[in-house]
Design a binder for this molecule. Structure first.
Ligand SMILES: *Cc1c(COP(=O)(O)O)cnc(C)c1O
Length: 372
């Protein structure tokens, strides 16, 4: 049996009629860029997220750096974040012109370990970028307290956790802006690239609207800007999918519960759901206890389970920095390095079948018996 890692085409087939219609409507309308389909999706997204403004942009990476730039984060500034994330979190900080400062991740949730943040603050620190990793929120109430105390601005990297929240807070409540990604593999993904900035700050939203469109809000009138727009075809597709997001995250949670029950005696370290947090399982990440990861990954892949790694080389372990390290490390990054050495992501998408779920559990158990 082959269990794929992604279910994009299955999802398309399930919604084919509505998605085809949404695409054809845009094609027939003649309005492909900055048109009414984008405007409608931005309204729907803002309403769904409970935020005043959503601004569609070209990617999740752009969403983050455009928001930072709109709040004047730039050269000379430091931004505290985590090295235990997709590369783009740091990339966005670099593009804005600032320097990422990495603190270690929490050994259980793998999100930023908030207890490390205060020690990392320097006179140059301007912002904190927590990442809602794998589909679970970082501890935003504590991040907010620290930010308030030290006068720092918070930007949330929410590429992975749309529809997650805490019982007592929502994503976006404690920050200047949230950056979301709509690349296909995210929980809300289009057939291509896309992203959005969500904010309650009208000035910030307006500034991003200007930056994304060549510094222009009015035809022929420009100031400093870029080209980073969300195309109307993608907005049309995302409108169809947004209506399903809660149902899809519920299904992800159901699959996660089956994995967790099935693997409880496997010897693996299983995902930790922080009490009072809705984890939406963008990824279901297990950890080998002591470096047996590559053998287990090979066993799974050889037996048809397309497990993958998120992220086997943390950002500070990357070597593609020929001009010296463009970041600062605060404290040690032990938990991040443990994650890089031991993480394995099992197939996780709402369209997985019961047979595929059962086969993944059985194959993982067999692999663990042989290898751990
Ligand atoms: C995917 C991702 C991004 C970047 O999103 P793109 O749309 O690919 O630019 C940023 N941060 C995290 C944590 C991500 O997973």
């Amino acid at each position: 049996m082959e269990v794929p890692f992604y279910g994009h085409v299955r999802q398309y087939h399930n919604l084919k009629k509505e998605i085809d219609e949404a695409i054809l409507n845009v094609l027939e309308s003649g309005a492909y860029v900055m048109g009414p389909t984008l405007e409608r999706f931005e309204k729907e997204l803002a309403e769904y997220a409970g935020m005043a403004h959503a601004v569609g942009v070209n990617s999740g990476t752009d969403a983050l750096w455009l928001a930072m730039m709109a709040k004047n984060i730039g050269p000379g500034d430091e931004v505290i974040t985590t090295s235990n994330t997709f590369f783009a979190t740091a990339e966005a900080i670099w593009i804005a012109g600032a320097t990422p400062v990495f603190v270690d991740s929490d050994p259980k949730t793998h999100c930023i370990d908030v207890s490390n943040i205060e020690d990392a603050i320097s006179p140059r620190t301007k912002a904190i970028v927590p990442v809602h990793l794998y589909g679970q929120c970082a501890e935003m109430e504590r991040v907010h307290e620290i930010a308030q105390k030290h006068g720092l601005t918070v930007f949330e990297d929410n590429a992975q956790a749309i529809d997650a929240h805490g019982d007592t807070f929502k994503i976006g409540q404690f920050s200047a802006a949230v950056g979301t990604s709509f690349i296909i593999q995210k929980n809300l993904g289009t057939f291509g690239d896309g992203g959005a900035v969500l904010t309650d700050d009208a000035d910030l939203a307006q500034h991003v609207r200007k930056l994304r469109n060549h510094g222009s809000l009015k035809r022929s009138v420009h100031s400093f800007g870029f080209n980073s727009r969300l195309d109307d075809i993608h907005a049309g597709i995302l409108s169809v999918k947004l209506k399903r997001i809660t149902e899809w995250s519920d299904r992800r949670r159901e699959i996660a519960a089956m994995y967790t029950e099935g693997l409880k005696d496997s010897g693996l370290i299983l995902p930790y759901e922080k009490p009072g947090y809705r984890h939406v399982y963008h990824l279901y990440v297990v950890h080998t206890p002591a470096g047996q990861r590559d053998d287990l990954l090979k066993y799974l892949n050889d037996n048809g389970v397309d497990a993958k790694l998120h992220y086997p080389i943390a950002i500070h372990q990357q070597e593609g920095f020929p001009w010296g390290k463009p970041y600062r490390i605060a404290g040690d990054l032990k938990n991040t390095e443990f994650n890089a050495a031991n993480c394995i992501s099992l197939p996780m998408f709402p369209e997985l079948t019961q047979e595929e779920i059962d086969y993944t559990i059985q194959t993982t158990l067999e692999g663990c018996r042989k290898i751990l």
